[in-house]
Design a protein. Structure first.
Length: 204
């Protein structure tokens, strides 16, 4: 199991402060980008000690991908609802060798949305909240069954869950087949983010 802290930055200062809190405690960070919010640039405060993945929650993610590749992102997760299946497959092919492109699915999006290009993927992310784009949303327990179904349908894929992840539901998600847990509020809303990360790891 990998625990990945998620940052939905208000600005560059907010991003820098949160990275400083956990940069020596984890291997990978997720940075979220929403329409009207903080956008990527080549001036991101990265450290070579970490890998970075982006979660794009924007209507047209394609123009941002080149910026993210130049900024050094390892993985880019795109809401599958933003692109047609053909466009998603094209994006995977276009940036193969530069960055891993993976789909993120809203709670209501059927897994069939992946069927035509699942063989091209390494990772999928399932959202565990009903409304994306905000941290602190309540966990939607339906995602546990979705993880189980995705694991059965696509056993070759790494399954990440993002949204509402907490110590209370982490075991159920792992048992269902998730191997990456993306947590924002459960880590950065804790009194001590380092203790929160340790508590997640102690679940194993």
């Amino acid at each position: 199991m990998e625990i990945i802290p998620a940052i939905l930055p208000k600005d560059l200062n907010d991003l820098t402060q949160k990275l400083e809190l956990v940069k020596e405690l984890v291997d990978t960070m997720q940075i979220d980008f929403c329409e009207g919010g903080f956008m990527p640039s080549q001036s991101l405060p990265f450290t070579d000690a970490l890998d970075y993945e982006a979660h794009l929650m924007v209507p047209d993610p394609r123009p941002l991908i080149d910026d993210l590749v130049r900024a050094g992102f390892l993985r880019i997760l795109v809401q599958v609802e933003a692109l047609s299946a053909e466009s998603f497959a094209d994006a995977i092919h276009e940036w193969r060798g530069s960055v891993e492109i993976g789909p993120s699915l809203e709670i209501e999006t059927p897994l069939e949305a992946l069927s035509s290009f699942a063989h091209e993927l390494k990772t999928i992310q399932l959202m565990g909240i009903a409304h994306i784009g905000k941290q602190g949303e309540p966990f939607d327990a339906r995602v546990v069954a979705r993880v189980r179904e995705a694991h059965a349908r696509f056993p070759h894929l790494v399954i990440a869950v993002d949204g509402g992840v907490s110590l209370a539901n982490a075991r159920a998600l792992l048992s269902a087949g998730a191997s990456r847990l993306v947590a924002g509020s459960a880590i950065f809303g804790a009194d001590d983010p380092a203790v929160a990360i340790k508590q997640f790891r102690n679940l194993l």
